[in-house]
Design a protein. Sequence first.
Length: 316
Amino acid sequence: MTRRLHRSRKLASIIDAVGNTPLLRLARVARSAPSVEVYVKLEFSNPGGSVKDRPALRMMQDAIADGRLTPDRILIDSTSGNTGVAYSLMGAALGYRVQLVMPKNVTKARKDITQAYGTELIFSDPMEGSDGAIRLVRRIVAENPDKYFYPDQYSNPSNPLAHYHGTAVEILDALGDRITHFVTGLGTSGTMMGTTRRLHEHTRRVHCVAVEPSEALHGLEGLKHMGSSIVPPIYDAGLADELMPVTTEDGWDMSDRVAAEEGLHVGHSTGSNIFAAVKIAERIHREQGGGCVVTIACDRGDRYFAPQKWEKRYVW
Ligand SMILES: Cc1ncc(COP(=O)(O)O)c(C=O)c1O
């Protein structure tokens, strides 16, 4: 057996571990489309465990560069999910205070993980859910605008830019001209908008598909049903070449399947992404006899262990 010697990466800061995530070929769950390669980009390999490390870092770096974030300001936002973890990690690594507003009844695990990085928590009325947290953070910032940096990932162009300059470039680096299709779900829409914009500039046409929950009330955490939601200002409805609705059941079932069949334990938005990627692979296997589909693994399945019922609708 030949052994390859790898030189291990040396990092000067944990922020240098963001990006350059691996692409994994899905062999088993995509076997119904044998002429098509299906890849998933493992964004849970980022140090905060999710795709949100990229935009959180970029939003902070861009704000530091143009003076919106200074050492005397506190980064404040209203998320207890993956973006909250990412802000907390980046804040600790870059030396900025972070405060997160979240409904008082979020699980202990969500409070613990962000507090572990030194983040301060402010609790909003549990009866008002995530909208209550948004309203409270806006009130806090309005009362003391000079004290805070409020990134607001839904309207911050640095969010899609992180994917334009990062995720998409890495995909093209790894696959070059082989990629024919890109598929991912819509939350803030940063991943879809930024990656698609860059892939559409590629010399060869890449067909980009946006995945969204098929119903307004769904259990696909991280994803938005745009028709019934406040539409994020960064979302451009005309950018995707196709919109594919996925049911909660199909997303959850695919999460179970990839764990059992590929050894890939992922969250339910990733289950939906892979479900949609396999559907597209089956279609192009039938109609075009080959292709290469890429999708995103947003986070790991262990983020969703023992969720409380009410949390299913909590927007990450
Ligand atoms: C688990 C999960 N899936 C999907 C998404 C959607 O990503 P984006 O906000 O880039 O649309 C998010 C982001 O909030 C997420 O946390």
